[in-house]
Design a protein around this ligand. Structure first.
Ligand SMILES: [Zn+2]
Length: 316
């Protein structure tokens, strides 16, 4: 892969493909993508609030051949969808579960989370994660077109392949593959050089999603967070998930409770990745899987409480 700097803003990847990057890729600092045809453009994801999305759309103005007629959401998390309302005329395309989850967990939920935690360590942690964003008055614009397995869109005569690879990070994870550009936008199936977090999927499905990405004929992989990647970046995240899964399983089999397991797993080289405390949410979810309860929803409050515990231990 050519070397791309990890700087804020729009980066040209090929004649028709762009990535919009937001360092440092931490909580809410997501990446998006743009594919341009002769007369129209297709956007992959919006950002966490309206101001950030407006800034991104302004930066894209100079390369737009015409209107953005289609917007694809890679999954339902707000940092990929909350700016949708700024494209009121675009068709919004996503997986069926992305629409369902977006309707179930509206933008106000983070404000409610803050209220619920109050002045506890978890409250201070959630404020630390999300204080840069404005969640008030975000009009929800859910997907208008949904699919279940695959969908091929055409931009002029070029196929753009949408594939469902979840449930992994969330229930509705899809990738947007532009074969003629050698580019794939993978949303939060890849956190490059930052710590992945599993919310609603299973470890096994996430690993197969990463294998499906590794099998693509691509030069550039645009992660949901972090710098642009090649396949080595995907392999690194695969190794992280396998490592945490194995360590967590040993502890689970020895009867060590989650509350202790999160402190017993040494992260080694992964400790340098951003948001290393997400280990706690991952262990919590993997324990659920070991107990045969992967169908159950993760307890978000508990996940943030455990992450706060790990975070404040490292940053007293
Ligand atoms: Zn994200």
């Amino acid at each position: 892969m050519a070397q791309y700097p990890y700087t804020h803003g729009l980066h040209s990847l090929s004649p028709r493909a762009y990535a919009y990057l937001q360092p440092d890729g931490g909580w809410g600092w997501s990446n998006s993508g743009l594919l341009v045809g002769k007369r129209e453009a297709l956007l992959v994801d919006t950002l966490f609030d309206l101001a950030l999305t407006r800034r991104m759309l302004d930066a894209m103005q100079g390369v737009l051949p015409g209107p953005i007629r289609r917007l694809v959401n890679t999954h339902h998390n707000g940092d990929h969808c909350y700016g949708n309302a700024l494209l009121p005329d675009a068709e919004v395309i996503a997986h069926r579960a992305c629409r369902e989850e977006l309707l179930r967990i509206p933008p106000g939920v983070i404000l409610r989370l803050l209220e619920a935690f109050g002045d506890t360590p978890a409250g201070r942690y959630v404020r630390h994660c999300f204080q840069a964003f404005e969640f008030r008055d975000i009009p929800l614009r859910p997907p208008t077109t949904v699919f279940d397995e695959t969908l091929t869109l055409y931009l002029d005569d070029d196929p753009i392949e949408l594939r469902y690879l979840g449930p992994a990070h969330t229930r509705g994870d899809i990738i947007v593959y532009a074969p003629r550009e050698g580019v794939v936008y993978v949303g939060d199936l890849l956190f490059h050089q930052c710590t992945p977090i599993i919310w609603e999927g299973t470890c096994a499905q996430w690993l197969s999603a990463l294998d499906a990405i590794l099998a693509l004929d691509v030069e550039v992989i645009v992660p949901g967070h972090g710098p642009l990647a090649d396949k080595d970046g995907v392999r690194q995240q695969r190794e992280y998930l396998c490592y945490v899964w194995e360590r967590a399983r040993e502890l689970y089999q020895r009867g060590v409770p989650v509350s202790e397991a999160i402190h017993q797993i040494e992260l080694g080289p992964y400790a340098a990745w951003g948001e290393a405390e997400r280990l706690a949410a991952n262990v919590l979810r993997f324990y659920q899987e070991f107990a045969g309860a992967a169908h159950q929803e993760v307890d978000y409050l508990e996940a943030f409480r455990y992450m706060a515990e790990l975070y404040f231990r490292r940053h007293p």
